[in-house]
Ligand binder design. Structure first.
Ligand code: GFB
Length: 333
């Protein structure tokens, strides 16, 4: 990771950045069992942070204002990473919009408001690249937010995430809080969701291709046409970026986090086939949606802050497959 001083005109002066998190500061990672939260907890521990607090879903329903208040009152964290969210791939988003909008609005509103109420020093809210208009120019700059219509397959989720961004900005403006927000591109890695109905494309294809190989199948099914382009960020790079922002960035402007490179879904299939060592054929199920044609983030702002992604896509797929092997994720296929 490269660290540097802020150089973005109009964002915030380097001199005004608050101190980095103390290694003994109380840090609450909401959503610590998920793809992003678990990676942030691992990275915080690796960097020597010793007072990380988490709470299981069974003990704390983040959709309940009362429960969140009780928890924050008891724990009084200094820093909060808002990684808890209802997330899913294209079909889950398309078919369950009510769950995506309700769960996300409730979770983030409760955490953000309680963080203000209990005087959290700094909070990082995670959005998503799907907050941007479907047909906006590529690569997508932060200022394209709310310039035209959203992609229909995930507009409920996107609206919830946009509300989260606006909430952080409004609280900073009215209450003087220090709530920052970043927009990660499509993520993958250890602790991803590998359920074929609800997952994102990369874990789904990894599972499909791996199981096709193990079963000795001649083909496997991928969704859509394979024509759309997506950008993929290894989750450990995202965790690194989030901790970097917590320590190095103050400001209400949102910050994109990605690699700055994208691939077609067809190309992604070829890469995963090569990593898994499967030589069979792809059958494209065109009854499934393609979604937005392209979603590549402009990552200049993050680069100017001094951070860049380190893991190339092939290496990230290899690491993810190694993790799946180690934890027997595909057992009983
Ligand atoms: O990752 P994904 O589900 O979501 O799908 P989005 C990306 C592309 O991969 C689509 C194709 O064009 C799919 O048709 N695809 C091919 C597959 N085979 C498969 C498969 O087996 N499973 C899946 N899931 N896709 C999501 C949003 O959009 O991206 C969320 O719905 C969120 O809200 C997330 O923003 C990051 O990239 O289209």
């Amino acid at each position: 990771m490269k660290k540097g001083l802020l150089m973005i005109a109009g964002l915030v002066a380097a001199a005004s950045i608050q101190a980095e998190m103390h290694k003994k500061a109380k840090i609450y990672v909401a959503g610590h069992r998920g793809l992003v939260g678990s990676a942030i907890v691992r990275q915080l521990k690796d960097e020597g942070y010793s007072n990380i607090i988490t709470c299981n879903h069974e003990e704390l329903d983040l959709r309940s204002q009362q429960e969140v208040y009780r928890f924050m009152h008891r724990e009084r964290p200094d820093y909060v990473f808002v990684c808890a969210a209802k997330v899913g791939g294209i079909l889950a988003n398309r078919d369950k919009p009510a769950e995506f909008i309700y769960d996300n609005l409730m979770i983030q509103s409760n955490i953000v408001h309680a963080s203000y109420h209990f005087k959290v020093k700094k909070l990082l809210f995670l959005g998503s690249s799907c907050i941007y208009p479907r047909d906006c120019p590529q690569p997508i700059k932060e200022e394209y937010l709310l310039t035209s219509a959203l992609e229909a397959t995930n507009d409920a989720y996107a609206i919830a995430k946009i509300a989260g961004i606006k909430m952080c900005q409004a609280y900073n403006k009215q209450y003087g809080t220090n709530f920052i927000a970043c927009m990660p591109t499509n993520l993958y890695g250890p602790n991803d969701n590998f359920n074929l109905e609800t997952s994102h494309v990369l874990p789904a294809l990894l599972r499909k291709i791996y199981t096709a190989k193990m079963r000795g199948d001649k083909e496997f099914i991928a969704w859509g046409t394979g024509a759309p382009f997506r950008e993929f960020l290894y989750v450990e790079d995202l965790a690194d970026a989030c901790i970097f922002l917590m320590n190095q960035y103050d400001g209400s402007e949102i910050v994109n986090i990605g690699t700055g490179r994208d691939v077609s879904i067809k190309k992604l299939v070829e890469m995963i086939k090569a990593v898994v060592g499967f030589e069979g054929d792809i059958v494209w199920d065109r009854s499934k949606p393609d979604g937005t044609p392209r979603k590549l983030l402009n990552v200049d702002r993050m680069r100017q802050l001094g951070w860049e992604a380190q893991t190339d896509l092939k290496l990230g797929i290899e690491k993810t497959l190694a993790w799946c092997d180690e934890y027997h994720i595909f057992e009983g296929y």
